[in-house]
Ligand binder design. Structure first.
Ligand code: G6P
Length: 615
């Protein structure tokens, strides 16, 4: 239930809605729909599948009208079918509604409405919401446009959960009503036309002037004006923001998939993450966005990192980097667990919310929880205009450029790069020597070249991928900072190939996972030469002793491991603290090549969304 766009103005709504919606596909892509007021009533088109399916349906049978709402979905309640796709209509069929969020008490509300004679055709919680607003509209005493605004306000009072909604009614042909509680909504201000969308990216080609709707606010949007009110009253101090008009059009160039392009872009994206942030004089890093002077940074006694999926794995590498360089204890949390858990927080803790998109609902919720407890929370985001970037008390942008492939790749290495800088900065404020700082800075500067070298093995890795593509299950093992790299490798494999994969610390193998080892279950073992190299070789032997096959991530120069492992994913050598940044690259590549062999939809794998904007 994930991306929303609404339009009201003098132009044909259908092409604008379809185009703007396609910029929100990262929020979900299992079905899409639109509703337009065509002069006689509400006309709806909905299709399961990608927005392209909806566009084809609209091309065959266009909908004429100058006001409409649209939606791209990531299913929560009810499967990805035409009927469950948004918009949903109320009982009269004259009101249409799209929704991003979850109505938690929908069963209770549904029972109440059913008792009053309402019939439902979908399995969604959103249809209940449409009927609720419809009922509130029917019983409202208000006149004109205020009637729909009041109906929305009264209906959402009965709802528990999160929502960002847009509503139109055929009795009010110039009005869109939007409301926000938890799920972001942005008003785009045009010239004689206005927009509503889940984020500013959707609006980039149309306007750079936006107003961010605050929580609990309702907006009455017309072509020439917009009025915003919350339960506390009408908002008069409206701040119109000018956003950088970054039309993030990104094409695949000569690459067959965005994911492969983005894997190869890491040579430059890593440079962007470091650019302007290396301080050779002080043998340290500069991170101005933290908004914290050195005295305050020195007082930090603990760091807590919040994230989901790949972003959390980057945070786990960050923990290792910061603890090693700065000797400051770091805790990492799944955002969703932190948000509702009782984990105690120590004073003088600095929080980081890590999120490529800056829109992940769980991470946003965790960030707000940390702030509610009185802690500063900084963002590590790629999307500059995102909700998390705005909500945080400062932070560090990744500057990775748009990441379109659903499986995160370049954003991961940029996040790890940022934690390297943070570790260096904090380390130099404590005990890290200038010479150790210089050594890290030098290694950082040689990283783009080394990443290029790691990428040059893509064809060899493709051959390994062809050999193992038919496997049903895989293990990924690594120790210390390479443990989260193993988790990330397993996540990539699951996300885009649908092969079951588990990431474990290498030595945990013997505590249960070893039962899975047989000829059919290969293990990817990260065994670059570091302090635990011999221990990793021990794990390798244990796997071989049980007829398991081993694919080792190893230094290009390591002749010893070539004689022991079945296959090698070669990587160049770098500073031991930066090695995980290189070790992840062959893991991205092997997942990519396996997915291609299996004919998977690499850039838009089943069931996933680039950013999950519901809990
Ligand atoms: C979704 C994606 C993952 C991603 C995670 C966090 O689950 O499928 O690939 O790592 O969200 O995304 P974020 O935008 O917060 O980094």
């Amino acid at each position: 239930m994930c991306g929303i766009v609404a339009y009201v103005g003098p132009r044909d709504a259908q092409p604008i809605l379809l185009d703007a919606l396609s910029r929100l596909e990262y929020r979900g892509y299992d079905s899409a729909g639109l509703a337009i007021l065509n002069g006689k009533g509400v006309e709806v088109r909905k299709k399961s599948g990608r927005i392209q399916e909806l566009a084809s349906a609209c091309q065959k049978k266009p909908v004429q009208g100058r006001i409409g709402i649209s939606h791209t979905r990531w299913a929560t309640h009810g499967g990805a079918t035409d009927i469950n796709a948004h918009p949903h209509l109320d009982a009269t069929g004259r009101l249409a509604l799209v929704h991003n969020g979850v109505v938690e008490n929908y069963l209770e509300l549904k029972a109440k409405l059913a008792k009053a004679g309402h019939k439902f055709i979908s399995e969604t919680d959103t249809e209940i919401l449409a009927h609720l607003v419809g009922d509130a509209f029917a019983s409202s005493k208000a006149q004109g446009e205020e009637r729909l605004v009041e109906a929305v306000r009264n209906a959402i009072k009965q709802v528990q959960g999160t929502l960002g909604i847009a509503v139109i009614h055929s009795d009010l042909p110039g009005l869109v009503v939007g409301a926000r509680r938890g799920s972001p909504l942005v008003i785009g201000i045009g010239d004689g036309e206005n927009f509503l969308a889940s984020d500013t990216q959707a609006l980039a080609p149309y306007t750079n002037r936006v107003v961010i709707l605050q929580d609990q606010e309702v907006v009455a949007l017309k072509a020439e004006r917009y009025d915003i009110a919350s339960p506390l009253g009408v908002r008069s101090d409206i701040k119109v923001e000018e956003i950088e008009n970054g039309v993030t059009a990104s094409d695949k160039g000569s690459y067959p998939h965005y994911m492969l392009k983005e894997i190869f872009e890491q040579v430059s994206s890593i440079q962007n993450a470091f650019r302007g942030r290396l301080d050779h004089d002080g043998a340290t890093a500069k991170l101005g966005g933290l908004n914290l002077p050195s005295e305050e940074l020195r007082r930090i006694e603990r760091i807590a990192i919040l994230g989901c999926g790949t972003a959390l794995h980057a945070g786990m590498v960050g923990k290792y980097l910061i603890e090693t360089l700065a000797k400051i204890p770091v805790e990492t949390h799944h955002s969703s667990e932190f948000r509702y858990g009782d984990s105690p927080t120590s004073p003088h803790t600095l929080f980081f919310a890590v999120s490529q998109s800056g829109e992940t609902a769980d991470t946003l919720g965790a960030l707000r929880e940390a702030q509610r407890r009185g802690f500063p929370c900084l963002g590590v985001c790629n999307n500059v205009a995102s909700t998390i970037a705005r909500q945080s008390n400062g932070g560090v942008y990744m500057h990775s450029g748009p990441e379109i492939g659903v499986a995160a790749t370049k954003s991961f290495t940029s996040q790890v790069a940022i934690f390297t800088l943070l570790g260096l900065l904090l380390g130099r404020l404590h005990t890290l020597s200038a010479s150790a700082g210089h050594e890290i800075l030098q290694s950082i500067e040689s990283l783009p070249e080394k990443i290029g070298q790691a990428l040059s093995h893509s064809d060899e890795i493709k051959k390994v991928a062809q050999k193992y593509a038919k496997t049903k299950s895989m293990l990924f093992l690594g120790r210390l900072a390479n443990f989260p790299i193993a988790m990330e490798g397993a996540l990539k494999m699951k996300e885009i190939t649908y092969i079951h994969a588990e990431g474990y610390p290498s030595a945990e193998l013997k505590h249960g996972v070893i039962a899975l080892i047989d000829k059919e279950t290969p293990t990817v073992l990260i065994a670059t030469q570091d302090g635990v190299y011999d221990k990793n070789l021990g794990s390798l032997q244990e796997i071989k002793a049980r007829s398991g096959r081993v694919i080792a991530v190893a230094h290009e120069s390591d002749a010893k491991i070539k004689g022991l492992a079945d296959d090698i994913l070669p990587v160049p050598e770098t500073h031991p603290l930066l090695q995980p940044l290189l070790n992840v690259i062959p893991l991205q590549l092997i997942s990519y090549h396996v997915a291609v062999v299996l004919g998977r939809d690499v850039d838009k794998p089943r069931n996933l969304a680039k950013s999950v904007t519901v809990e």
